[in-house]
Design a protein around this ligand. Sequence first.
Ligand SMILES: C[S@@+](CC[C@H](N)C(=O)[O-])C[C@H]1O[C@@H](n2cnc3c(N)ncnc32)[C@H](O)[C@@H]1O
Length: 252
Amino acid sequence: MRAVDISRPAGTPAVRTAVVWDVLRAVLADRMSATGRDRLDIVDAGGGTGGFAVPLAGLGHAVTVVDPSPDSLAALERRAAEAGVEVRALQGDAADLGDLLPAGGADLVLCHSVLEYVEDPAGALGAVAGLLREGGAVSVLAANPLAAALHRSVAGRFDEALRVLDDPEGRWGDRDPTPRRFTREALAALLSASGLRIGEVHGVRIFADLVPSRLLDGEPGAARALAALEQAAAVHPVLRDIATQLHILGHR
Ligand SMILES: C[S@@+](CC[C@H](N)C(=O)[O-])C[C@H]1O[C@@H](n2cnc3c(N)ncnc32)[C@H](O)[C@@H]1O
C-alpha cells in the first residue's frame, strides 16, 4: 500500500482556522452584548505576524500584539497597513505582559501557538490571566501530542510515534521542532492554576492534516465540505482529542 502523502496538508489557512474563528466570533458577540461596547480591548500574546490580530482589528476592536520577534512585528505592521487597520505592536515576552500592559484592561487575550515555545507556560498563562477584566476570556491554542503520534505514524515513523506517547513534553525526538505539546487535561490544569474557569474545548484540524491536498485541489466544493466536517468534529468527544491543535477558553 502506498503511504499517504501528508507533506502538503489539505485545506487553505481559512479551513484550518475556521473552528477557532467560530469560537472567537461567539466570544466577541457575548462580550459586546454583556458590556454594551462595540470596540473591545484585545491582546494577542505572541501574535507574530498578525494572522489573528489584523482581522480582529478589521472587526473594529482595539488590538495589541506582544511578541519578542522584531521581524514578526515588522511583518505585522506591513500586514496591518495593507489591510488599512491599526494594531499596536509591542516587543516583549509573554512572561512580561504585566509590565507592558495594565492589569485588568483586556476583554480577550489570545495565546495561540505560543505555550509550546515559552520558557515557563504556567508563568506566561498567569501573566495572560492578569490582563483580563472580570468577565473577560483567554483563547488558548496549542499543539496536541496525540495528533503528533498520529502524524508520525502516518509518515511511517512508528518509533517516533511511540516516543511522543512516552515523552512528558509530547515530543517525537531530538529533531522535533516543537519544544512541547499539551493534552486537553494539561491545558485545563494550566488554566485552572491561573485562576481561570475552563470554558469550551474544541479540536482544530482533525482531518485537514491527515488528508493529502490533492483530494481538495480541483474538487469543487471539497474545501467547504472539509470545513463543515472540521466544524462538526471539533466538539466530538473522541475526535476532538486527536486534533492537531486543541483550542480552550478560559474565563475570568
Ligand atoms: C507559531 S507562532 C504563532 C503566531 C500567532 N500567535 C499565530 O497563531 O499565528 C509563535 C509565536 O510565538 C512567539 N513567541 C515565542 N516565544 C515567545 C515568548 N516567550 N513570549 C511571547 N511570544 C513568544 C514567536 O515570536 C511567534 O510569533
